[in-house]
Design a protein around this ligand. Sequence first.
Ligand SMILES: NC(=O)c1ccc[n+]([C@@H]2O[C@H](COP(=O)([O-])OP(=O)(O)OC[C@H]3O[C@@H](n4cnc5c(N)ncnc54)[C@H](OP(=O)(O)O)[C@@H]3O)[C@@H](O)[C@H]2O)c1
Length: 234
Amino acid sequence: MPQENKINTALITGASAGIGKAITKLFIDKGFIVIAVARNITKLAKLKSEVSEPANCHTYSCDVSEPREIKKVFAEILEEHPVIDMLVNNAGVFIPGAISQEKEGIYEQTMKTNIDSAYHISRYCLNYMPNGSYIFNMCSTASKVGYPDGGSYCISKFALLGLTKALRLELEGKIAVSAVMPGATLTNSWAGTTEPKSRFMRPEDVALSIWAAWQIRKHTVMEEILLRPHLGDF
Ligand SMILES: NC(=O)c1ccc[n+]([C@@H]2O[C@H](COP(=O)([O-])OP(=O)(O)OC[C@H]3O[C@@H](n4cnc5c(N)ncnc54)[C@H](OP(=O)(O)O)[C@@H]3O)[C@@H](O)[C@H]2O)c1
């Protein structure tokens, strides 16, 4: 069960922007060491320069849609950080479009990034996660309901919820597992949108919901964290 007063280590994928960046910043503020994973080293360097304790932010470049790259980079990460207290499978792509209209390859790219990565990374990390640790999978409201323009994204997020539910039961009593399911959140995923900014949730709010689940983990697992903007979906 969780030990109080130890320095915890969180591994966050897709940490260089949007929701992942907000989670990284918050957990470093809270005293965590964060292993921040994304592809772009310039964005990772910027993240490190922006967090409150740069020495506690360890950045690794990895394309998580490539299993061979995951294997190589995670061997390095887990050798350097052999205890992972919190894993956030957050990296994802959102390419809107109807299933009947999507360009060839969108399905494969989306599934590799949004679901295969979480499967492989969870399997690598599990042996390094002690009892009392926590896995958060960044699902979506698109894990619960289909959208006309949801296409492959929706398929991948339903699958990620399936992975979360299976892991939750598999790890019951040892490692907590939660599905985080945000609605529209103001990040680069929405670049070019004509919706007013006020219509969106903030990435910082999603980060705070993870912090709330982490804090109550001793007795309680928040299995599903479903978040929507005040005015609902659009
Ligand atoms: N924003 C929303 O409205 C919303 C709602 C529900 C769920 N979500 C989910 O929340 C997660 C984060 O979304 P966001 O809106 O914060 O997106 P974002 O601002 O576009 O950030 C995506 C992050 O994932 C990383 N990433 C993308 N592909 C990657 C890959 N192949 N390998 C490694 N890292 C990769 C990006 O960094 P690099 O480009 O440097 O790799 C970046 O750090 C996603 O899973 C998304 O589906 C978002």
